[in-house]
Design a protein around this ligand. Structure first.
Ligand SMILES: *Cc1c(COP(=O)(O)O)cnc(C)c1O
Length: 399
């Protein structure tokens, strides 16, 4: 064994001892309200496919037709020969959707954050970030030369203090960055208060709406629309991989922001653009979101129904305000045990423990979608009740 391979083996042993080694779950078919795993069907509560669009016939048809007409791949990075008129058409529609001057698509929401945070700020600038922001924001901030400040989760006094500190440290431009909806707890960022404090300090605001697009705001336009803050948030990052049901990320804002990313955003410059199928399916998704508002309504009906069912069973759902509903049970092992019990009862819901969340905040994270039927939600709730009883959790466990 080489030193390199020995190092890998030791690293994996360490993960195994920490209970962090988990095999990938392999689906044998489409990702929907139910999924097939090893020949068994499960109700799927791990999906970011909020509106069920990934299998919508209009998206599928658009992808097939675009492949036949435009080819399977784009063949180059955007700045060389990888910009087809389809790419720019999608960007125009995204800008229209978000109510901004311009938009730019990137390979994923992850790279969208890397592109913005890695390119728009310079050494003399500062970035001020919520402590529970998504990993892609954290990684993006690692790329900037600007000074970095962290404020406690949604703590507006903390934000004010950090803004004051940044100014005293001589920051030229300051960018406040937050998730729109936080991915672990499903709580919503207090965007009006953030914008107000940023304005008072002469700072700009960036919101990552990965879990808010398709979910919050008119027609799923996200948190800026939800709070009616149109025109007051400089940078809106979104993903095409969750509610939109396909793949990709985008940045919506001014034309100058778009031009800056085109010239300085390294993921944009050095990685190949989306295949035509992806772009066409995303455009079809925007049309469906516009023409089938009942999907967003059903998502919220299902969310309210399922959340109140879980709370009725005595579970701690934390501070969730959106379809992301954690069932907080404590240690990571308890979360894993609950997930295993659910799995035995035909429900697929993933456990999340330390270090992704605090040690005593281990949870099974559930997300319902517009595609779930009432019958599936009832079956899932029954599985939660039976699992809780088996493990002595919640009200069912105490009884
Ligand atoms: C999922 C997520 C991303 C990454 O989006 P992808 O398109 O899957 O790369 C970025 N930010 C937040 C807040 C997310 O939840």
């Amino acid at each position: 064994m080489t030193d390199f391979e020995r190092g890998l083996a030791e690293g994996l042993d360490q993960l195994r001892r920490e209970g962090r080694l988990r095999p990938l779950t392999v689906l044998q078919g489409p990702q929907g309200a139910e999924v097939e795993i090893e020949g068994q069907r499960y109700i799927n509560l791990c999906s970011n496919n909020y509106l069920g669009l990934n299998t919508h016939p209009r998206l599928v048809r658009a992808a097939v037709e675009a492949t036949e007409k435009w080819g399977a791949g784009s063949g180059a990075v955007r700045t060389i020969a990888g910009t087809q008129s389809l790419h720019e058409e999608l960007e125009r529609r995204l800008a229209e959707f978000k109510g901004t001057e311009a938009a730019l698509t990137l390979q994923s929401g992850y790279t969208a954050n890397l592109a913005v945070l890695g390119s728009v700020l310079e050494e003399a600038d500062a970035v001020v970030s919520d402590a529970l922001n998504h990993a892609s924001i954290i990684d993006g901030i690692r790329l900037t030369k600007a000074r970095r400040y962290l404020f406690p989760h949604k703590d507006m006094e903390g934000l004010e203090e950090r803004l004051g500190e940044a100014r005293r440290d001589g920051a030229r431009r300051v960018l406040v960055v937050t998730d729109g909806v936080f991915s672990m707890d499903g709580d919503i960022a207090p965007l009006p208060q953030i914008v107000e404090r940023a304005r008072a300090a002469g700072a700009a605001v960036m919101v990552d709406d990965a879990h808010a697009s398709g979910v919050l705001g008119r027609g799923g336009r996200g948190s800026v629309s939800h709070f009616q803050l149109e025109g007051q948030v400089e940078v809106q990052v979104g993903t095409l991989s969750k509610a939109v049901g396909v793949l990709g990320g985008y940045v919506a804002g001014s034309q100058a922001l778009r031009d800056t990313l085109i010239h300085l955003g390294r993921p944009f410059l050095f990685s190949t653009s989306h295949p035509p199928a992806v772009v066409a399916a995303c455009m079809a998704a925007l049309e469906v979101m516009d023409q089938e508002p009942q999907l967003q309504e059903r998502l919220w009906e299902n969310t309210r129904y399922f959340k109140s069912g879980l709370e009725g069973l005595g579970f701690d759902c934390g501070r969730s305000e959106t379809p992301i509903t954690p069932v907080i049970v404590g240690e990571a092992e308890r979360a894993a045990a609950l997930s295993d019990q659910l799995r035995r009862r035909g429900v697929f819901a993933s456990p999340i423990g330390f270090p992704t969340v605090a040690r005593d905040q281990g949870r099974v994270r559930t997300i319902v979608t517009a595609a779930h039927t009432r019958e599936q939600l009832d079956r899932a709730l029954e599985a939660f009740a039976d699992s809780a009883r088996a493990l002595g959790l919640g009200r069912a466990g105490a009884a």
